[in-house]
Write a protein that binds this ligand. Sequence first.
Ligand SMILES: [Zn+2]
Length: 261
Amino acid sequence: MSSPWQSFADEIACWRDAGRVADFWWRDDDATQPSAALARLTTLAAEAQVPLGLAVIPDGADPAIFADLATNIAVLQHGVDHRNRAAEGEKSTEFPATEPHASALQRLAMGRARLQELAGARLLPVLVPPWNRIAATLLPGLPELGFRGYSTFAPRAAQPADGLRQVNTHVDLIAWRRGRGFVGEEKALAEAIEHLAARRTGAADAAEPTGWLTHHAVHDEALWEFLARLFEETRDRAGVRWLSPAEVFLSDETTIGSQGK
Ligand SMILES: [Zn+2]
């Protein structure tokens, strides 16, 4: 094995030797239309038998994308229209602090209703805000709309709101500022090792599974190959478990929603 893969295996061995399981989950963003890339993604999830949370943009979502989803794919809500409403100088976001709450919540409810109609039981009550950003003041309103989970990027901090479980992604496989290609296996595995080690040593919340973030529409061949190898290396390895989105957001095991008032 090459060295980054060896280091990755070594970190997993630390978990295994401690009698623990390094739990992972997989989120892919920006599904709207049928495409060769989306077909390749869903085929990979089915063949590798790794559960996938597919974040779909409600507005403009083509009903056809829900037709052939493998049984291990759950649908998550990726914002509503994925339009950037950031104020000048603010980072890209569909949900800026400047949008009135009532308006944002109404849009979210409509998006949720549309996805519910299209995806049926495949839809989980989980919001993935575009650009991984949402005004924090909106979060307490999400449970009333039926949301039980929410996902952005980077290790989670405090519990966002009662009744809302936050589980983020931690390894972004796209080099957004360097031509949108694959970040490379060295960086990808280093990010995974960093989060795993932080969880293991208590520097990060140990109960937050390590999330791998992909964007099928911009994958290059190297990224597809990396994903296939990652699944091959981890699927049957002792000390690793790929959680389904339902386990990640709705199970009692990693209950962080029980704290509070
Ligand atoms: Zn997006």
